[in-house]
Design a protein around this ligand. Structure first.
Ligand code: MN
Length: 306
């Protein structure tokens, strides 16, 4: 039994397609709390965070937009994430992926205080390894992993509390990396399981290798699930669709393996844009995946008679 702490983070300023701010409401409507309760967990919904007003910070890169707002989100999420870690498992309801700047800062600060290494599993089509200096789109939702790994180029963000070593970060399902990110990633020890790797090796072996290390080092494990990890044919409600994503079965398998490992200590659900959804199907799928992450066996149900 896990005490699940829902933290709504309607961040919409990390990209340019409005709608992610409706994400937390969509997860609630799709039955996230009752799914968790039915699995025997307790749920505490802390509502939606509202960050302090932006303080007008600026940076040298003219492409960057909404910098003060995203810094304010980062500070608010760091504080609420770190304190939620003391009491249970935070589930951050996005909001675009910029929320992970703050959720990762919060959980990493807690892990440092607890004297345990922080690990990150990044389930995403994108590597999100730009910095405030390098982004050409100016969309800060493409930066959280660079921030968490302590990359330079984040002025005027607050320093990341406890930078996460590259070998503790595993990207999974990646299929859209630009050349600047790719060059920067090659300088790191980050484990990049892109779709080519998963096509060749399957999902299970690369995931188990990573989870075995988390276990061996008594790590905390933050899982960041971006809607675009999934194939757009099953999860259309995202502003950054990339063909060739994970299938329904692959995604549930990842979630079931994570549950069996017992290692996940915090979770982001990001990039759901309910305005682009079809009768709530993407929100429902994301809630179903959380069910698998928290103990439901999708393919273990009694067969109905016809
Ligand atoms: Mn992402």
């Amino acid at each position: 039994m896990t005490h699940c702490i829902l933290i709504g983070a309607p961040v919409d300023e990390g990209q340019r397609r409005p709608g992610c701010l409706m994400g937390p409401a969509a997860y609630r409507v799709a039955g996230l709390a009752s799914t968790l309760i039915d699995l025997g967990h307790t749920v505490e919904d802390r509502g939606d965070l509202s960050p302090a007003p932006g303080r007008g910070q600026a940076c040298a890169n003219p492409a960057v937009h909404h910098l003060p707002e995203i810094i304010a989100w980062t500070e608010a999420l760091r504080a609420s994430g770190c304190s939620a870690m003391e009491e249970g498992m935070p589930i951050f309801l996005g909001g675009d992926h910029a929320l992970a700047l703050g959720s990762l800062a919060g959980v990493a600060a807690h892990a440092r205080a607890a004297g345990r290494p922080q690990f990150v599993l990044w389930l995403d089509a994108h590597s999100d390894f730009h910095t405030v200096e390098t982004t050409t789109s100016g969309n800060l939702h493409g930066t959280p992993l660079a921030y968490a790994s302590g990359r330079a180029g984040f002025d005027p963000f607050p320093a990341f509390p406890a930078p996460i070593p590259g070998r503790n970060i595993c990207m999974f399902g990646i299929r859209s990396v630009d050349s600047a990110e790719s060059a920067a990633l090659r300088e790191t020890e980050i484990i990049v399981n892109d779709m080519r790797v998963l096509d060749e090796r399957g999902i299970v072996a690369p995931l188990r290798e990573f989870l075995d290390r988390v276990q061996a080092e008594n790590g905390m494990l933050h899982v960041s699930l971006d809607v675009d990890f999934l194939d757009p044919s099953i999860a259309p409600a995202v502003g950054t669709t990339v063909p060739g994503g994970t299938t329904f079965r692959e995604a549930h398998l990842v979630c079931e393996l994570l549950h069996e490992s017992g290692l996940m200590t915090s979770l982001d659900l990001v990039e759901l844009n309910p305005f682009l959804d079809e009768r709530g199907r993407t929100a429902k799928l994301m809630v179903d995946l959380v069910g698998s992450l928290m103990g439901r066996k999708v393919f273990d149900r009694p067969t109905h008679s016809y």
